[in-house]
Design a protein around this ligand. Structure first.
Ligand SMILES: [Zn+2]
Length: 169
């Protein structure tokens, strides 16, 4: 993914000479880096089961997904993940640890932006039943041997594999 035009002066831009290098504008000299967008989510576990939500929005509408979402500009990933879990499920959680960091495109095709997904392992603070809201149509708890064959985003299969390793399931 790259810019066609300089965001600073509007001149036409050439692609970056090498992967992971900026596109430097020949007209004004500004260097433009493309970075993955930061997202944060959680593997929320209760009685050995993980909470999944069915996506009510594109991309991958209708597929099972771990709760989470895009971060605000100055938002710490843990705060953002807590906010998303509360918005999507109504649950307040205790974080048990950082599960990992996972790269994935968001959406379909060559122009899909890359996302850097930070995941925490967490448990609910109390016995509140989760209620689907926001961009989730349905919520359910899944045992390790009941997980969907394919999650909404490929990185989520890895997140759940890492969770199972962590819990030795
Ligand atoms: Zn420029």
């Amino acid at each position: 993914m790259h810019f066609n035009f300089c965001p600073a002066c509007g001149a036409k831009l050439q692609p970056a000479p090498e992967p992971h290098q900026p596109q430097t504008c020949a007209a004004c000299g500004a260097a433009h880096y493309r970075n993955a967008k930061p997202c944060a989510g959680m593997v929320v576990e209760r009685n050995g089961r993980v909470l999944l939500g069915r996506r009510a929005i594109e991309p991958h509408k209708g597929r099972w997904d771990l709760p989470g979402g895009f971060l605000g500009e100055d938002e710490h990933p843990e705060d953002g993940a807590r906010r998303e879990i509360l918005e999507e499920t109504g649950l307040r959680v205790r974080v048990l640890g950082l599960l990992g960091i996972y790269m994935d495109p968001y959406g379909y095709g060559e122009s899909a932006p890359w996302v850097m997904n930070v995941y925490y392992h967490a448990e609910p603070l109390d016995d509140t039943e989760p209620q689907p809201a926001d961009d989730v149509s349905e919520l359910a708890w899944f045992a390790p041997d009941e997980l969907p064959a394919r999650m909404a985003f490929p990185h989520e299969d890895q997140v759940l594999a890492d969770w199972r390793k962590l819990s030795r399931r």
